[in-house]
Write a protein that binds this ligand. Structure first.
Ligand SMILES: *[C@@H]1O[C@H](CO)[C@@H](O)[C@H](O)[C@H]1NC(C)=O
Ligand SMILES: *[C@@H]1O[C@H](CO)[C@@H](O)[C@H](O)[C@H]1NC(C)=O
Length: 279
């Protein structure tokens, strides 16, 4: 979504479909997954250049894609002034026939929350308790595992019906592009001085899409790293030293799961509940 689809939107949208896409290192699975989006950008089948023997002539060509930042568009740099909220998200809503209305229209019902789960790293070890707490707070909870995310059209519709998305930092949060305007993204930030990188990857993009953004930073008590390292280990005593050694992936992204402190999480989510039900 961030590396290919947003840049492709910035680069190709202006042709309103009258553009032939040619790909190197063609990845059939990627194009299949994003078939609806690609079809909305180009009226023609994508050409796999590495296997294409034809000589093709075009009046003009653009080589490469334009990219501004992770999951974002800088309107000042976009020739047509595209932005994320109205531009890209609006485009996705039209591709998947999603209502453009904000979540405010559903105020009479319980607020819906989609919980994005991970299954290999940064796993929520007490997800059942977390879901129970969210239900107690008053949300109608939809749980989305990695398998659900693979059927994009269906998942887009599910996400679009929600007021809140919650998940531990990771690629699944990219699905916030399908949230309605003014919905809230709650990013659970894993242990390890990860606030800034997490803000850069999803926090700032969320605000750029007109979403509200809430952080839940896990404490040293809520990471499984505590079972592996003593408190005087640099993992706890000096997490930034792990950053400067280039070991963030190994220790803080691959190396931990998260066990939420349920009362603390419930209180944080109660605040989110209040912010969307009493305004
Ligand atoms: C978003 O929320 C703000 C503040 O609650 C409100 O003023 C605004 O109209 C909402 N926008 C949409 C698109 O619902
Ligand atoms: C996190 O949990 C997953 C699923 O239970 C497990 O496979 C993985 O080894 C765990 N990782 C760590 C670092 O504990």
């Amino acid at each position: 979504m961030s590396d290919v689809i947003v840049p492709l939107f910035i680069t190709a949208r202006e042709y309103e479909g009258h553009v032939q896409l040619l790909a190197t290192d063609y990845d059939a699975a990627l194009f299949e997954k994003h078939r609806a989006v690609i079809a909305a950008l180009s009226l023609y089948p994508v050409i796999d250049m590495d296997r294409d023997a034809a000589v093709r002539c075009f009046p003009a060509a653009r080589v490469g894609m334009e990219s501004h930042r992770i999951l974002g568009i800088d309107p000042a740099r976009s020739r047509h002034g595209y932005d994320m909220a109205a531009g890209f998200n609006g485009f996705l809503r039209s591709v998947f026939s999603l209502p453009s209305s904000s979540s405010a229209g559903r105020r009479n019902n319980k607020p819906r929350l989609v919980m994005v789960l991970r299954s290999h790293s940064r796993v929520l070890t007490n997800e059942a308790e977390a879901v129970a707490a969210l239900t107690e707070v008053g949300f109608e909870v939809v749980v989305a595992g990695e398998g659900d995310v693979s059927d994009m059209a269906r998942f887009a519709e599910t996400v679009n019906s929600c007021d809140v998305m919650v998940g531990v930092h990771g690629a699944g949060l990219t699905n916030m592009v399908f949230l309605p305007r003014n919905a809230t993204l709650v990013q659970v930030i894993p242990w390890g001085a990860m606030k800034w990188p997490c803000w850069y990857d999803f926090g700032e993009p969320a605000t750029g899409m007109g979403l509200r953004y809430v952080e839940y930073e896990v404490t040293a008590e809520e990471t499984t790293l505590k079972d592996k390292y003593p408190r005087d280990h640099p993992v706890f005593a000096d997490p930034l030293s792990i950053h400067s050694k280039g070991q963030v992936w190994e220790y803080f992204l691959q190396g931990q799961n998260v066990t939420l402190d349920i009362p603390r999480f419930r209180e944080a989510m109660h605040q989110v509940y209040l912010s969307i039900t009493t305004e």
